[in-house]
Design a protein around this ligand. Structure first.
Ligand code: DGJ
Length: 707
């Protein structure tokens, strides 16, 4: 089977690319994925001996049984031992509807012999961005119970072969989103999470380019780059499968297939997690910009400051020692330095004097807040700030009234002793009564108090997932993720004024589904400024600065201990959504005044940070690194620059990319005037006027050309 056999070819358009699929007997196959109007990215599917046509074909979704020897997205098992599904396209099932300048294609496949499996393949595009969104719905249409031991929603045929250069973001707690490049000539590269949450270890985003591309900083106009991302917040797996001598590598992913099985009784259906694919004609940096554009235009509900306010958060200042007088004193200074929301972190609720007790008992601690939280909330509002709270609704301490009342609500592996981490257990959100309790608790907190900012934390992985005795117990990870998404949906729908900051011990749960339901994410517990800058550099590879919550704290660096100024900390936090977590009571008046000026500077440019096109100049390990944010339509750009100690000397120039080459620009801080062409080649002078290790420059197009 090749695309030539197809009777029906459909071109789905994104903003700049075309995703062309052809209908074949075994289902839709990819014909081309590349620039609209071009012929790059065309898929060649030569059949070799030793494989069936379906194994060679770039199927959009393959089941084991249709494919016989290559990896497939769908693994179906039946109680009688007949495994797999021989899927065939259902005649007349292909529908392609227009919407918002994009298209949505649906094609139905049916098991050809037993007729007991049906799969809808979905492909959706939009004219607003370059992302193609894909998923599948699997139905049990016979009399047998089906076990889906793998139910990935899409097989992405990425035309960068043979082999691929694979970019991934990996790490650990406090070292999230470290970029790695893997040269994959053949075989599989697989990563994922078995933690019940997205994980600090791997980010569900892969970047793919040709093996000939030199590095992640492809020059403009360089080779095409592709990205695949999984919009899923539970355990997951993604894999790149490179078969030698093939023009495409296959990428697929979904809910982890080692720790979960979906059971489908006759008549039931299952919708897989959605995955996203993106093309760029500007290499991996272009893929970064395409992800950001998708997040800005499709995932985030707003881009304005209303859901990315300047936060003051007390965690780094007070730890668990949270009391009314001390919080009031902090609120006074927070307002003085320009905070827009005052968030009380962990430690405010009953019995919570350490991480050993209280989690689950979501009422104010009477010793710390004798009249509840209302006096603090009112005082915060009176100081012109919004009031925010930290919650961790998915976990419980054994030493809590909630656990004493409902010991059966936590994940347990049968009679085995439960595993505590940070002295806490995980609530089984797959039980409807637990999800209901979490929803009621959130509703109560948000209606009793004038809370308009919620930091949702999750401080441990799930280790004893499952529900022995329950035939659906092996679906726990997916059930948990879906309940988490539903609870976020409750917040969005019933409390639209509440800004939600997603957090899981730092960056343990960052993915496209979280971005669609939350406003900002706490990407790492690492706030030492140079270490933080490194985490942020990697984070920006996949995620927009509009979600990158970042605070100035007093924390020391642990990895890169080169000294920094207070300004360096602020400029690092300005690179995303600025917040402050320092012990403000320890700041003297001149420091507070400096901080206020820096907050005001950030406020004057945050529209550029959150909506501008990002370009990264070198990395934080280099002598000088920078992030540029450009709004081409208004002709403004912002440059945040950081230097290693001693490196920010006279004559430092940093190139500005993406400006109109023919237009003239002026650097506000230095008065330097230059053309967009010269800015790209020669760069602009960075005087390091703000501090000797960082600077902020605003570049504006001159409406009247100077002569
Ligand atoms: C982990 C978070 O990342 C921190 O910011 C803080 O909220 C603590 N949890 C509180 O327990």
């Amino acid at each position: 089977m090749t695309a030539d056999d197809a009777v029906d070819v459909r071109e789905l358009r994104t903003r700049r690319s075309s995703y062309v699929v052809a209908m074949t007997t075994e289902g839709p196959v990819l014909v081309r994925w590349g620039a609209t109007g071009g012929d790059d990215g065309t898929v060649d599917v030569a059949l070799t001996k030793w494989e069936t046509p379906a194994d060679a074909a770039p199927l959009e979704l393959a089941a084991a049984g249709t494919r016989q020897v290559r990896a497939a997205e769908l693994l179906v098992q039946r109680p009688d031992g007949l495994d797999g599904a021989r899927l065939r396209l259902v005649e007349g099932s292909v529908r392609c509807v227009e919407h918002d300048g994009g298209q949505e294609l649906r094609a139905t496949l049916r098991e050809a012999d037993t007729g007991d499996v049906e799969v809808d393949v979905h492909v959706r595009t939009s004219a607003a961005h370059d992302v193609v969104e894909r998923w599948a719905e699997v139905r049990a249409t016979g009399t047998a119970t089906l076990h889906l031991v793998r139910a990935f929603g899409a097989g992405w045929n990425v035309p960068v072969g043979p082999g691929a250069r694979v970019g991934a973001l990996v790490g650990a707690w406090s070292r999230e989103t470290t970029p790695v490049l893997v040269d994959l000539p053949a075989g599989q590269y697989s990563l994922g999470s078995r933690q019940g949450v997205t994980s600090h270890t791997s980010t569900p985003v892969l970047m793919l380019s040709r093996r000939t591309a030199a590095d992640v900083r492809d020059p403009p106009g360089g080779t095409a780059g592709y990205g695949v991302s999984l919009a899923w917040s539970g355990s997951w797996r993604m894999a790149v499968d490179a078969v030698p001598f093939r023009d495409v590598v296959r990428v697929h992913g979904g809910a982890d297939d080692e720790t979960g099985t979906v059971v489908l009784e006759p008549g039931e259906s299952h919708e897989t997690p959605h995955s996203l694919g993106v093309w760029s004609d500007d290499g991996i940096d272009g893929v970064m910009r395409a992800w950001h554009e998708h997040q800005r235009t499709a995932l985030l509900r707003t881009l304005g400051p209303e859901h990315r306010p300047v936060v003051y958060n007390s965690w780094y200042a007070t730890g668990f020692d949270v009391r009314l007088e001390q919080q009031l004193a902090l609120a006074d200074v927070a307002a003085e330095v320009g905070a827009e929301v005052f968030v009380v972190d962990d430690g405010w609720f009953r019995g919570r004097t350490s991480d050993r007790a209280g989690l689950g008992d979501w009422t104010a601690d009477p010793a710390a807040f004798p009249d509840g939280l209302a006096p603090l909330a009112d005082a915060v509002l009176a100081r012109g700030m919004r009031f925010g709270l930290w919650v961790e609704p998915e976990c419980v301490n054994a030493d809590s009234d909630l656990f004493r009342a409902h010991p059966e609500w936590v994940y347990r592996a049968g009679a085995r002793p439960v595993t505590e981490l940070r002295h806490q257990l995980v609530l089984d959100l797959g039980r409807p009564e637990v999800e209901q309790w979490a929803a009621d608790t959130l509703r109560r907190l948000l209606t009793e108090l004038p809370v308009s900012y919620l930091k949702w934390d999750m401080n441990r992985p799930v280790t004893d997932g499952g529900r022995p005795g329950d035939p659906r117990g092996r679906e726990w990870a997916a059930q948990h993720a879906r309940a988490y998404h539903r609870l976020l949906g409750v917040l969005r729908l019933e409390f639209p004024q509440v800004t939600v900051e997603a957090c899981a011990s730092g960056g343990g749960r960052v993915d496209a589904a979280v971005l669609a339901a939350c406003d900002v994410v706490w990407l790492s517990d690492e706030t030492g400024p140079r270490d933080r800058l490194a985490v942020q550099h990697g984070f920006l590879s996949a995620w927009t600065p509009a979600v990158m919550s970042s605070w100035v704290t007093d924390e020391p660096d642990r990895l890169d201990t080169a000294p920094t100024s207070l300004e360096f900390r602020f400029v690092t936090a300005m690179a995303g959504v600025l917040g402050i977590g320092s012990d403000l009571l320890a700041w003297d008046p001149p420091t507070r005044a400096r901080a206020r000026r820096l907050v005001d500077l950030y406020r004057s440019v945050r529209d550029l940070v959150h909506t501008g096109t990002v370009a990264r100049h070198r990395t934080p390990a280099d002598p000088v690194s920078a992030v540029q944010y450009t709004d081409a339509s208004s002709g403004r750009a912002l440059l945040l620059v950081w230097a290693r100690p001693g490196a920010g000397g006279d004559g430092t120039r940093v190139p500005l990319v993406g400006l109109d080459p023919a237009a003239r620009y002026e650097v506000r801080e230095t008065g330097e005037r230059l053309s967009g062409a010269s800015a790209a080649v020669d760069g602009v002078v960075v005087p390091f006027a703000l501090a000797d290790d960082c600077d902020v420059l605003v570049v504006e197009r001159q409406e009247v050309p100077d002569r």
